[in-house]
Design a protein around this ligand. Sequence first.
Ligand code: ADP
Ligand code: MG
Length: 348
Amino acid sequence: MVDITLGIIGGGQLGSMLAIAAKKLNIKTVIFCDDLDAPAQNFCNKFISGKYDDKNKISEFTNLADVVTYEFENIPYETLNEINKLKPVLPKPSVNRLIQHRLAEKDFINKLNIRTTRYVSIEKKSDIDALEDFLPGILKTTTLGYDGKGQHPISSREDLNSINLDFSRGYILEKLVKLKKEISIIITRFSNNKYEIYEPIENTHEDQILKNSKIPADINEKIFDQSKEWAMLIAEELKYTGTLCVEFFIDRNDNLYVNEIAPRVHNSGHLTINAFNVSQFENHVRAVCGLEQIPLKKISNAKMINLLGDQISHYRNSTSLKDNEFFFDYLKKEIKEKRKMGHITILV
Ligand code: ADP
Ligand code: MG
C-alpha cells in the first residue's frame, strides 16, 4: 500500500476534485489556500490557510507533503521554487512561470511552430500608436487573468485610449479570431513519451466564461488529429508531469489556433469524471505521485453544464436527477454573479 501525502496549493473546486481523486487512490492530501472558506477543506485530510508568501505557513505545509502540486496558475514563482528545494513540485515551477505570463506563453507556442492569434505587447502609452493591424482585438493583462477577468474588447484606437490602462502592469493585445468553435485537449504526461490523452472536448463560452463542454466535439478529422498532436508536442517540450489542458480556437475557415495552456486540471475536463474509466483528476494524481498509468477507456459521450451564480439554487433543492445526470456542488459559501458554483454532467 502506498503512503503518500500530496500537497495541493489552492482550495477551490479543482482542489476539491483532486482531493477526492487522491482519496480514492489512498493518497492523503494537505491543502494550502489563502481563503479561509476554501471549499476543498471539506475533502482533504488537512487544511492550512495562509497567504501564498507566508514563509511559516508554507513551511508547515511543505513539511507535511511528500510531493506538491497546484490547482491554479497564479502562485508566486518564488513560493513554488522555495518549496521545490525541499519537496518535488509538479508540474515544475518553471512551467508555471512560463505559462502564467501570456506573452511568454504565446512566444513559447509560436517557437514550436504552432499557430496562435496574432498579438502585440503593450507596455507604454506610445505602444498604442501602431495597432491597426491587431484590431478588432482583445486587450488582456499579461498576468493574473481568468474567466475573462482583466480583458477588454477593443475595436478602435479610441477604445484603447478610453480605458484607463495601468502601465505598472503589462498588457497584450490579441487580434480577435472569428470563432467557429472552441475545443480543448486534456492530456496527462507521466514521463518521456508516456501519456494518456482525452479526445477533443467542444466548449461554449458566454461572456468569456466556460458555459458548456461536450464530447464528441463536432470537428473534422484534421482538427481532431492536429489538436492532439499539438497538445502532445507542448507537453513533451515542457517535460511536463501531470494533467495539462490546451485551449484551442477554430476559425470560420477551419484553421486551428492554440488560445492558451493551463498547467493544471481544467473545467472543460470535468466530464472525464463520469465519461472515462480514469478522470483528469485521478490521472493527475497518478502522474505526480508516480503511480501506475492505466490505459484510458471512454465509457460514454457526455455534456457538462457549468452552474454560474444562483443557477445552483435550483439544483441544490432538487431531488429529480436522472440516472445519467451527475450534479456537483462546489460548496462555495457565497453565491456571486458569474461565479462557478457547481456543474452537471449528463452522459448521453
Ligand atoms: P482566460 O484566461 O480568462 O480563460 P482566455 O484568453 O482563454 O482567458 O479568454 C477567454 C475566452 O474569451 C476565450 O475562451 C474566448 O471565448 C474569448 N477570447 C479570448 N481571446 C480571444 C481572441 N483573440 N479571439 C476570439 N475570442 C477570444
Ligand atoms: Mg481560457
